[in-house]
Design a protein around this ligand. Structure first.
Ligand code: ADP
Ligand code: MG
Length: 226
């Protein structure tokens, strides 16, 4: 239909813009990274912990930029074995300051440990970041946000992200994976689309249950690798 054609043109354009912006951002980042390395190798400086955090966050920005490039051209992705519970712990740690700021209680429940997956660890990390961001943006202070890892069959694990936020109408839910669909003033409408793409590429599925004023649960099922 005409609407779909317009959307795919928009997506193509966004991809081209993203690729251009990504390139422009990478240049100053290379400079910053060089100075950080210089500071790290100075034996007298007493901010080692801070500069190391800055360095690793710079690397993350680089990966996020790379993530946006999936919109323009299929990238060569490096697949490896990795521990899913480690990724979830990492993401939770990353969001702790933001949860505190919003007065939201974050809970991580690992029913299973040592779950090994095969894929692109940073892309999956990006999915959980996107989903937790959405959950935080939908939730008022005093509420709880829970991320849970469980096994639903010998070959399949589930990560569920449950919030007690504003929830979604059926109409919103139906459009959630559409590129550029957003109900937010400053939304991109790309987070769910990118997340679905990454999960599908990892042989997984994504399901959403939501009730207006009660909250939302996103369930991601992924195949384990032994
Ligand atoms: P963005 O967050 O930039 O709006 P997304 O693709 O991440 O784009 O999400 C699309 C839309 O889906 C959001 O604008 C919001 O309306 C809805 N949505 C996603 N997650 C949630 C959630 N946990 N609770 C309520 N609404 C949500
Ligand atoms: Mg979002």
């Amino acid at each position: 239909t005409e609407k779909m054609i317009i959307q795919s043109e928009k997506l193509q354009l966004a991809g081209e813009i993203a690729a251009g912006v990504a390139h422009e951002i990478r240049n100053p980042m290379t400079v910053i990274s060089g100075f950080m390395q210089m500071m790290n190798s100075d034996p007298n400086h007493s901010y080692k912990e801070y500069t190391q955090v800055i360095q690793s966050e710079l690397e993350r920005i680089n990966l996020i930029i790379g993530e946006f490039l999936v919109l323009s051209k299929p990238q060569a992705i490096i697949r490896r074995h990795f521990m899913l519970d480690h990724v979830l712990k990492d993401v939770c740690l990353l969001f702790q300051p933001e949860l505190n700021l919003h007065g939201i209680e974050g809970k991580l429940v690992l029913e299973e440990k040592d779950i090994q997956l095969y894929g692109e660890q940073n892309q999956l990390k990006q999915v959980f970041i996107n989903l937790i961001k959405n959950a935080i943006e939908a939730t008022e202070s005093g509420r709880t946000l829970e991320m849970r890892l469980s096994r639903i069959s010998p070959q399949t694990v589930q990560v569920s992200i449950r919030d007690e936020g504003i929830g979604m109408t059926k109409d919103v839910l139906q459009q959630i994976f559409q590129p550029f669909f957003t109900t937010k003033q400053k939304g991109t409408g790309l987070g769910m689309m990118i997340s679905e793409k990454i999960i599908t590429e990892h042989g997984g599925t994504i399901e959403i249950d939501s009730e207006v004023n009660l909250g939302t649960t996103v369930r991601i099922n992924l195949p384990v690798s032994n």
